[in-house]
Write a protein that binds this ligand. Structure first.
Ligand code: CP
Length: 308
């Protein structure tokens, strides 16, 4: 039995197979519509979510399965003091696979050690968000045609943004990736990502504060929200929250085929006027998230769908 805690739990070859499967699901949805008949997915969300929880639920329903779960710690027995370890033992009796989001780093990993069903990390604190990363890889590969030879700008809250940490971890395994890390001093990438992931893997990167000056270099711009819920001090959040706002003036400096991605939710960091630009791919990214999670569920449940 396999769990998914980090994108690195899959080899590059396994990820390629998962992305191939997701592309096949996109092209032939009917082929997969009964693949999970009789199976149940539990969504255990101790932290708010729109996309991740609902796309997991949509993914399981598209595969013919059913869903159950809770959407906040306050509506579960966590509010009475039940531990994650005890909860997952219960859920193992009710469901075949589960997706867990938790504010504490490592909580899904703890759950996986006590579980008799596959556990998927649906975001743990400021640490990792592997299913967003699989979604991002699928979006990039589908729209750019490759996951190598790319200059990628990551902009905003690089300190607390778990989607950025997971994406860097995953992309350093591909050829000729250059990162441009765009953030204020206070929200720079954590040392463990800079030292243990980027430098350790000899990846080319630079850290800058101004978005405008690097726009012409980028093949891809990954915008992120400043993560209010991870700040200790509201004043710091207010000071930093509108530091980067991508608008059409900044887009005018970009390549004609640059893609703009964002894991969403967006607050102010992308002006709505950018939504109509053909380079804005963040709503397509949401759709790719369903195909990615359908493929992941099939792989973790070891379900193969034949051609006929
Ligand atoms: N991208 C993402 O994780 O969105 P949600 O917080 O709405 O799940």
């Amino acid at each position: 039995m396999r769990h998914l805690m980090s994108p690195l739990d899959f080899t590059v070859e396994e990820l390629d197979q998962l992305l191939d499967l997701a592309n096949d699901i996109e092209k032939n949805p009917n082929k997969y519509s009964h693949a999970c008949d009789g199976k149940k997915l539990a969504t255990l969300f101790y932290e708010p979510s729109t996309r991740t929880r609902l796309s997991f639920e949509a993914a399981m329903m598209n595969l013919g399965g059913n869903v159950l779960g809770f959407s906040s710690a306050s509506s579960s027995s966590a509010s009475k003091g039940e531990s994650v370890s005890d909860t997952i033992k219960m859920i193992s009796c009710y469901a075949d696979i589960c997706a867990m989001r938790h504010p504490k780093e490592g909580a899904p990993l703890v759950a996986s050690t006590k579980s008799s069903i596959p556990v998927i990390n649906a975001g743990d604190g400021g640490h990792q968000h592997p299913t967003q990363t699989i979604t991002d890889l699928l979006t990039i590969r589908s729209l750019k045609g490759r996951l190598s030879n790319l200059t990628i700008g990551l902009c905003g809250d690089l300190k607390f943004g778990r989607t950025v940490h997971s994406l860097i971890n995953a992309l350093v395994r591909y050829e000729n990736i250059t990162f441009v890390l765009i953030s204020p001093e206070e929200l720079k990438i954590p040392d463990y990502i800079r030292e243990d992931v980027l430098i350790q893997n000899n990846v080319t990167f630079k850290e800058v504060e101004r978005l405008e000056e690097v726009m012409p270099e980028l093949d891809l711009l990954y915008m992120t929200r400043v993560q209010r819920e991870r700040f200790f001090n509201e004043e710091d959040y207010v000071r930093l929250k509108d530091r980067y706002i991508l608008d059409m003036k900044k887009m005018s400096y970009a390549k004609e085929d640059m893609l703009v991605l964002h894991p969403l939710p967006r607050v102010n960091e992308i002006s709505v006027e950018v939504d109509n630009d053909p380079r804005a791919a963040y709503f397509k990214q949401v759709q790719y998230g369903v195909y990615a999670r359908m493929a992941l569920i099939l792989i973790l449940l070891e379900i193969q769908v034949s051609e006929h």
